[in-house]
Ligand binder design. Sequence first.
Ligand SMILES: NC(=O)c1ccc[n+]([C@@H]2O[C@H](COP(=O)([O-])OP(=O)(O)OC[C@H]3O[C@@H](n4cnc5c(N)ncnc54)[C@H](OP(=O)(O)O)[C@@H]3O)[C@@H](O)[C@H]2O)c1
Length: 316
Amino acid sequence: MAEKKIIAVVGATGAQGGGLVRAIMSDKGSRFTARALTRDVDSDKAKALAALGAEVVTADVDDAESLKRAFAGAYGAFCVTFFWAHFSPEKELTQARAMAQAAKHAGLQHVIWSTLEDTRKWVPLSDSRMPTLMDKYKVPHFDAKGEADQVFSEVGVPATFLLTSFYWDNLIHFGMGPKKGPDGKLAITLPMGDKKLPGIAAEDIGKCAYGIFKKGRELIGKTVGIAGEHLTGAQMAAALSKALGQEVRYNDVEPEVYRSFDFPGAEDLGNMFQFKRDFERDYCGARDLKFARALNPELQTFDQWLAQYKGRIPLE
Ligand SMILES: NC(=O)c1ccc[n+]([C@@H]2O[C@H](COP(=O)([O-])OP(=O)(O)OC[C@H]3O[C@@H](n4cnc5c(N)ncnc54)[C@H](OP(=O)(O)O)[C@@H]3O)[C@@H](O)[C@H]2O)c1
């Protein structure tokens, strides 16, 4: 049997990378195998990936040499950065450059860069519809990822630019689940008006990425977007009500109200939702559901995701 092609996976113990490692390793006849990058090969999550048969190696995206070692001998790599670990778009750019250079150094044949839109192409800094944040960004955790697309191109890496979507898992892990209002009724709060929010089961991102690698060279140099469904806040609330067996309302607030909430990153997320709301056609248009399903036939709908995870959504 031909030797399997190695995909080096950054963020392998996390949501996106973890989904990719599991997708590769659960496909027994695959022509690929996964090399999972982690800062701690002894963690429970790293051991769980090793138990699936993945090679687990130490690497840190802040350590360029460790990336070169981890990418050496691989066919491809999945590259992602971790904005919420540090809240620094500059750091994301530096890490993206380090990954691109390591990929070039290793002569990788296919890299997937997990990216998002540089919203400044739609809302320049001079546009006062939303505040400029950190001096030169509108949506810091989007803009630097989009800016880094150019870095992969400049460095000369054969890359596919993967536009991801809002994880429905944010309802569990990111404090975005239904909360009780003063009236005692549960509600989800999103500043989306009546516009649609593309969402996805986090696990499906890795499965779609695997579908991209399986296509060989076809998607190199292309930007592709994925989502499980495009749903309005009202549709999400209705699906939550059905799944949870109790009423969940949609609390539609203005983006400026969302920006004023008292949690780290509220301004960034307020701008993000405003961007998605005001440019719905472009944002949804870039995330084709049929294409995502073709990459990953197991792609979940929101109802399917809820059926699996509703018990883990904290109801505060
Ligand atoms: N939440 C959303 O709706 C959403 C939607 C689209 C895009 N995103 C983007 O997704 C990105 C995060 O991806 P994710 O959700 O897959 O991450 P995650 O689940 O938070 O996992 C992060 C993993 O990355 C690893 N990691 C953290 N710092 C590292 C470093 N310096 N070097 C190497 N590995 C490091 C950690 O692994 P070890 O501890 O094992 O090293 C951790 O398990 C963010 O940039 C965010 O903007 C999020």
